[in-house]
Design a binder for this molecule. Sequence first.
Ligand code: GLU
Length: 298
Amino acid sequence: MNAGHAYRGRFAPSPTGPLHEGSLVAALASWLDARAHGGRWLVRIEDVDLARCRPGLDRVILDQLARCGLVPDEPPLWQSTREPLYAQALERLLAADLAYPCACTRKDIDTALAARGVSHQRHGERVYPGTCRGGLNGRAVRSWRLRIGGDAALVHWTDRRLGPQQQDVAREVGDFVLRRIEAKGIGTTYQLAVVVDDAAQGITHVVRGEDLADNTPRQILLQRALALPTLSYLHTPLVLATDGQKLSKQTGAKALDLSDPLAALQAAAALLGLPALPAPTLADWLAAAVRAWPWRPA
Ligand code: GLU
């Protein structure tokens, strides 16, 4: 299969809980898209945020995937083993003055925003006011941020499912954190880790839940800053809880019932718009699902 020859996709769970219905949708979609393109499918365990990750859940997730017949084509990668790479990427950005150290606490940021008449909404994202852009003024470094340039901050991209998208990252997010000093040492944020590893693993296509879509422009800016290729993105529909909230551990998502893996896959497939498929065995069903996958290569 020529066109799909170089396709490399991935599923990148954070081991903060076992797979639930929503994460199975993303896993199945990324696997189907890789197979429909004749590509390879990898699994990366995103365990950079050690405060939120729970030991042993990586194995639980890999086992859940295997029970669904979703087996990675290469050994999984654990982000917790890759801090030196993230440190190197930050060094490159600092050397190019594309990143800078920041001394601000949340409170400092809120105070600076309030001084400009911007009140911070309780759960909203704080747009960093740029206090440390010109230097730390003798204060101690707490984190490192990407320096987002004016015009370059308007990012346009086309999602394979959602269509044309755009975001002004300077206005909507601001200079965001790449790494930060934590009680246990230096921690890397999801944004930096995901960009470094997608590139290091030669990923070409990202297929993941729609809740992550608004991270894409940040990741594209980081790819540009690090002179890395921009990837193809497909964000899959979310499974909503009965109250319309995104399904997550916080909204009470239950671990998947995998006593019948095929039934769990069929439910995930229905959400992805696949028709009911004949399924004498799990393997037959997966093969039929690859053929029925709506986002096939042209
Ligand atoms: N680790 C992220 C999550 O579980 C997904 C990252 C990604 O697919 O880019 O939400």
